[in-house]
Design a protein around this ligand. Structure first.
Ligand code: HEC
Ligand code: HEC
Ligand code: HEC
Ligand code: HEC
Length: 334
């Protein structure tokens, strides 16, 4: 009898492990490939002032502050997480991980590479003007074109590529993780608007000039447009993941509905047919549970239009949007 029950227990343990495995595999993937992450100190060798500016942001401080916060402990407990810095469900958004002794390990908060791409394959290329002694001023134009193309091909996200750089923000700030919200009680996304959230504590326009100036108004208009489009794209992706009628599904669907309305409203203010195309792609899709295929297809279509919009315009003709641009007093952080 005893023997038999032991065999049963063992069989049960194996079965349990098998059942658990897909859960582990399902844990949120890290935002970046750890093998390619160089860490902020590597960037700081040349971009000292960007690093200084970053150190004043929540993206920097979360590395130290988050694991000590009572609220974080509460979320982690509800999720069954013992060590916040060792579980990938927090790691994907709050931390940057690099390889330490052949294992991915969090080395900092949200870093340069979280937004500009993991640096291993492009750090050298993007900063080489054509050999020793050649400076930016006398770089051959063909070399510059090639340098940018090579850097992007190697994974660099340049600020000129507004859609791509901003996509990162929405991937974290919409908090597309159903369990984290429903079970963990985590905030169901930030009230994120790209101009206000990028021009406060996150702003680091300190390379091409020293003054850390606010983005020019034409750029702000493009940020506003691309940000609204991304909000729609990522909230549709968020609803696509919803499987249970609870906080996550309700709030994400609300977000998508609001984003859709806003796109329709701004489509009337500026001459960019991409906006109406985006709205049409998202209009018919049902914001309901277990509708992943249709919602993902709509999100892909919105994303394609947003990417085109970011490339096709420079904002100079979009004065109609100025009524929507946030005032400096609304910029997030310092
Ligand atoms: C060896 C020095 C050096 C290092 C290390 C370095 N950079 Fe740069 N970076 C430069 C130079 C030089 C430029 C200016 C390139 C230009 O004018 O096109 C630049 C430009 C940039 C730009 C702006 C590109 C654009 O399109 O305007 C970004 C973003 C950037 N670097 C990010 C990083 C990040 C992130 C890291 C760390 C992973 C890093 N850099 C490491 C030297 C460096
Ligand atoms: C999908 C991305 C994502 C994941 C995964 C995530 N967070 Fe967050 N978290 C955020 C964002 C974005 C904010 C900022 C919200 C804001 O300020 O609008 C935040 C804010 C917080 C805050 C409040 C901020 C503060 O410093 O007071 C706590 C606490 C927190 N997260 C805990 C956790 C814990 C614990 C985990 C892991 C179980 C986790 N988060 C996983 C995106 C995420
Ligand atoms: C939260 C995302 C994010 C983080 C973190 C971040 N950047 Fe940026 N970076 C951006 C965005 C967005 C822009 C374009 C801003 C604009 O146009 O106003 C930019 C612009 C730049 C530029 C061009 C600045 C100029 O003078 O025009 C450089 C260089 C740069 N980043 C390097 C870095 C380095 C180095 C770090 C780490 C210390 C870093 N970034 C961290 C998002 C980020
Ligand atoms: C890898 C995930 C990630 C990316 C990418 C990211 N953020 Fe964040 N961001 C967070 C988390 C997590 C927090 C909350 C940190 C904390 O307080 O503990 C945060 C906080 C912030 C804050 C401070 C909010 C406050 O409550 O004061 C601002 C502003 C911000 N992010 C702007 C941006 C912008 C703009 C971008 C894109 C250019 C961006 N973030 C990209 C994860 C991310």
């Amino acid at each position: 009898m005893i023997r038999k029950s032991r065999i049963f227990m063992m069989a049960f343990a194996v079965l349990g492990a098998l059942v658990l495995m897909p859960n582990l595999a399902k844990a949120e993937k890290l935002h970046l490939d750890s093998a390619k992450v160089m860490g902020p100190d590597a960037c700081g060798e040349c971009h000292k002032s960007s690093v200084e500016s970053w150190k004043g942001s929540h993206h920097f401080s979360t590395f130290k502050t988050l694991p000590r916060k009572k609220e974080a402990r509460e979320v982690a407990d509800k999720m069954g997480i013992k060590r916040i810095k060792a579980d990938s469900d927090c790691l994907s958004c709050h931390f940057t991980s690099a390889m330490v002794n052949n294992k991915p390990k969090p080395i900092a908060g949200i870093t340069c590479e979280s937004c500009h791409g993991a640096g291993r394959d492009w750090i050298k290329v993007h900063s080489d003007f054509g050999g020793k002694g050649v400076k930016a001023e006398n770089e051959a134009p063909a070399h510059k074109t090639e340098r940018y193309a090579k850097s992007e091909a190697a994974g660099m996200i340049r600020p000129g590529n507004l859609y791509q750089v901003a996509q990162n923000c929405y991937g974290c700030h919409t908090v597309p993780n159903e369990k984290l919200v429903n079970v963990g009680g985590h905030a169901a996304g930030s009230k994120f608007e790209l101009v206000a959230w990028s021009q406060g504590e996150v702003r680091h326009n300190v390379w091409y000039s020293k003054e850390n100036q606010i983005a020019p108004v034409e750029r702000q208009r493009m940020m506003y447009l691309v940000g609204r489009a991304l909000d729609l794209e990522f909230s549709l992706r968020g609803v696509a993941k919803a499987t249970t009628k609870a906080d996550y599904a309700v709030k994400m669907a609300k977000r998508a509905k609001k984003a859709r309305k806003r796109i329709k409203a701004i489509a009337k203010l500026v001459d960019a047919p991409e906006l109406m195309a985006m709205y049409k792609a998202a209009k018919g899709v049902k914001l309901k549970l277990n509708n992943e295929a249709a919602l993902t297809a709509a999100a892909d279509a919105v994303g394609a239009q947003a990417m085109a919009m970011a490339k096709n315009y420079d904002g100079s003709k979009f004065g109609g949007l100025d009524q929507y641009l946030p005032k400096a007093s609304k910029y997030k952080g310092k």
